[in-house]
Design a protein around this ligand. Structure first.
Ligand SMILES: C[S@@+](CC[C@H](N)C(=O)[O-])C[C@H]1O[C@@H](n2cnc3c(N)ncnc32)[C@H](O)[C@@H]1O
Length: 213
C-alpha cells in the first residue's frame, strides 16, 4: 500500500530527480516479465536511496533482497571507484535480469551477487559495511538486525523497507500473522536500540533510516 494520496505521490515524483534511463528500462522489464513487480523500490524511493548513498560515498554496501536489481543500482550510484556492493537473493530465476542491468550500468564489476538464504550468507561475509539495506522476507527482520549490527560500522546507516507493512503494524496483529508481529517488534527494537538513532519515513510502504552511533 502507498500511504500518500496518488496525486501527492505523483507530484513528489514529478518534482524529484528523473529516474535514470537504465532504471526506467529495468522497471518496465520487471513489470513485463517478473512476478510481483510491486516489490521493486520505484522512482521516488530509488532516488532517495541514491541521494543517501551519494551523500555517504560508502566503501561497502550490503543489500538483503536484490530482486531484479533496481535498488542495488540506485545504491551503487553512490559507490566510490573502489567501493563494493554485496547483494543477496535466494531466487535463482532473477539472476539473468540482475546481471543484464548490472553489466549495462558500468558498475557491474563493483557489485557482488550472492545466491542463497541471507540468514546463512551474512555470517560468512568477513567485512564491515557503511550502509545496509534490508528488503527481504519480513519474518527475518529481527534476525537481520542481529546479524548486521556487528558488521555495520559506527556512523553507518541501516535502511529498512516495508516497515509500515501496508499500515498493518498500527493494529494488533492476528496470532497467525508472523510478518506483522515481527515488523512491530523490529520497529520497536530499532527505536529503543541504544546503538541506533532512527527515523521512520512514511514513504511508499515505510522506510526506516537508522544511524549506528
Ligand atoms: C522486496 S524484494 C527486493 C526488492 C529490491 N530491493 C528492490 O527494491 O528492487 C525481496 C527479495 O528478497 C528475496 N528474499 C526473500 N527472502 C530471502 C532470504 N531469506 N534470503 C535471501 N533473499 C530473500 C526475494 O527472493 C525477493 O527477490
Amino acid at each position: 500500500m502507498d500511504f500518500l494520496p496518488q496525486e501527492i505521490e505523483q507530484y513528489a515524483e514529478q518534482h524529484t530527480q528523473e529516474e535514470p534511463q537504465l532504471l526506467k528500462e529495468l522497471n518496465l522489464e520487471t513489470w513485463q516479465t517478473v512476478l510481483a513487480p510491486r516489490m521493486l523500490s520505484g522512482p521516488l524511493q530509488g532516488r532517495l536511496l541514491s541521494l543517501i548513498a551519494q551523500l555517504m560515498a560508502p566503501k561497502a554496501i550490503l543489500e538483503i533482497g536484490t530482486y531484479t536489481g533496481y535498488s542495488a543500482l540506485c545504491l551503487a550510484e553512490g559507490l566510490p571507484k573502489d567501493g563494493v556492493l554485496h547483494t543477496i537473493d535466494r531466487n535463482p530465476e532473477l539472476r539473468r535480469l540482475q546481471q543484464k542491468y548490472f553489466d549495462r550500468s558500468g558498475k557491474g564489476h563493483q557489485i557482488v551477487t550472492h545466491l542463497g538464504d541471507a540468514v546463512e550468507i551474512i555470517p560468512g561475509l568477513d567485512q564491515k559495511f557503511d550502509l545496509v539495506f534490508i528488503d527481504a522476507d519480513k519474518s527475518n527482520y529481527l534476525n537481520y538486525l542481529t546479524l548486521v549490527t556487528p558488521i555495520l560500522r559506527s556512523g553507518g546507516l541501516l535502511i529498512s523497507d516495508n516497515v509500515l507493512w501496508s499500515g498493518k503494524v498500527t493494529q494488533k496483529a492476528p496470532t497467525d500473522d508472523l510478518d506483522t508481529q515481527v515488523l512491530q517488534e523490529f520497529n520497536q527494537k530499532l527505536k529503543t536500540h541504544p546503538e541506533y538513532q532512527t527515523v521512520l519515513l512514511p514513504i511508499r510502504d515505510g522506510l526506516s533510516v537508522a544511524r549506528k552511533r
